[in-house]
Design a protein around this ligand. Structure first.
Ligand SMILES: [Zn+2]
Length: 327
């Protein structure tokens, strides 16, 4: 925190509580702006010289099994909107799992703890197929709307619940809606997690810094363009409706992969069984995997496996660092 140093007319220096930020951002001091931008920062690029098997790119496919939780989170309880979420476990997930089995590739499934309790058969199927399960909140809550105590309670509860249901304590987190509070990173450290996959400061894996200090936490970055929801999400009462066809989305994802392959780094894709699992969309995932497989030296891996390799780039000693962002 920034401490208030008040120089009185007498020359006395008085330490006090940090000043409250003015409501209007143009009134903020540079110190107050820095306090915000340095809360969580990207640190060292953690792309290794090569991935396991001398691979030049790591491909980490992830599926957020949200089902109806974003609606429940928003207190939307109509059976109609609930049904749309139920499609995820009932129709979408079996297609996703079949595709992964056919291509013999691992993936990571992030799921709210409530979903693990509502759909134990889904969790069982994911675990039995050898995929990773990561945490994704309790009920897809928005972290920035919670107090620190509430966020800690829900993160801990979610970890315990998933450990109970899957038999393994998750090591990674994707925050619901990729929302991050000023406390999220501290809690990730407190719970001893290996990695986060919710932030967008790079395409490459990197270490997270907290107020300029190294944390040892690996970030596997995400992006809205590498997510199925912004392209296919639909709101009944919104003026804007989906207007991008599946093949156009496939073209974007192929280009994103081409860049990752050229730069010899990482390709992370976020999907949702209730979105990508539809008949006209699962086709493009199949085409994408076939396209990627036509390249040599590609490593398909879970987020955990990628993070463990990336973490080797972090020296053991986590010491305070004041390295400015992007240097
Ligand atoms: Zn989600």
């Amino acid at each position: 925190m920034i401490s208030l140093v008040c120089v009185l007319a007498t020359g006395l220096v008085v330490q006090g509580p940090p000043p409250k930020r003015p409501q209007k951002p143009w009134q903020w001091s540079l110190g107050q702006i820095r306090e915000i931008t340095h809360t969580v920062q990207p640190g060292k690029n953690l792309t290794p010289k090569s991935w396991p098997g001398k691979a030049r790119v790591a491909v980490a496919l992830s599926f957020d099994l949200d089902n109806e939780t974003p609606k429940l989170r928003d207190n939307r309880t109509s059976p109609a909107v609930i049904a749309q979420g139920q499609y995820g476990s009932r129709a979408g997930l079996p297609r996703v799992l079949e595709l992964l089995r056919r291509h013999r590739i691992p993936a990571t499934f992030f799921m709210p703890a409530v979903i693990a309790k509502l759909y134990p058969a889904s969790v069982k199927a994911v675990v039995k197929a050898g995929h990773e399960v990561g945490i994704h909140g309790w009920i897809h809550e928005r972290n920035s709307k919670l107090t620190e105590a509430e966020e800690r309670l829900l993160m801990g509860r979610a970890l315990d619940m998933l450990q109970k249901v899957t038999g393994k304590r998750p090591v990674g987190i994707r925050t619901p809606s990729w929302d991050f509070s000023p406390h999220t990173l501290k809690l990730i450290q407190e719970f001893g997690l290996l990695y986060d996959s919710s932030l967008m400061a790079d395409d490459r894996p990197y270490e997270l810094l907290s107020h300029g200090k190294r944390t040892g936490i690996v970030e596997l970055p995400v992006e809205w363009i590498l997510d199925d929801y912004p392209y296919f999400g639909f709101s009944r009462y919104a003026a804007i409706r989906p207007h991008i066809g599946p093949e156009a989305v496939l073209d974007i994802w192929k280009k994103e992969f081409d860049g990752a392959y050229k730069e010899r780094t990482l390709f992370v894709l976020t999907m949702h069984p209730h979105i990508i699992g539809h008949r006209s969309r699962i086709v493009i995932l199949d085409k994408l995997v076939r396209y990627i497989k036509r390249h040599k030296r590609v490593w398909f891996a879970t987020h955990e496996a990628v993070a463990r390799v990336a973490k080797r780039g972090i020296s053991r000693k986590v010491t305070p660092s004041r390295r400015p962002l992007g240097r």
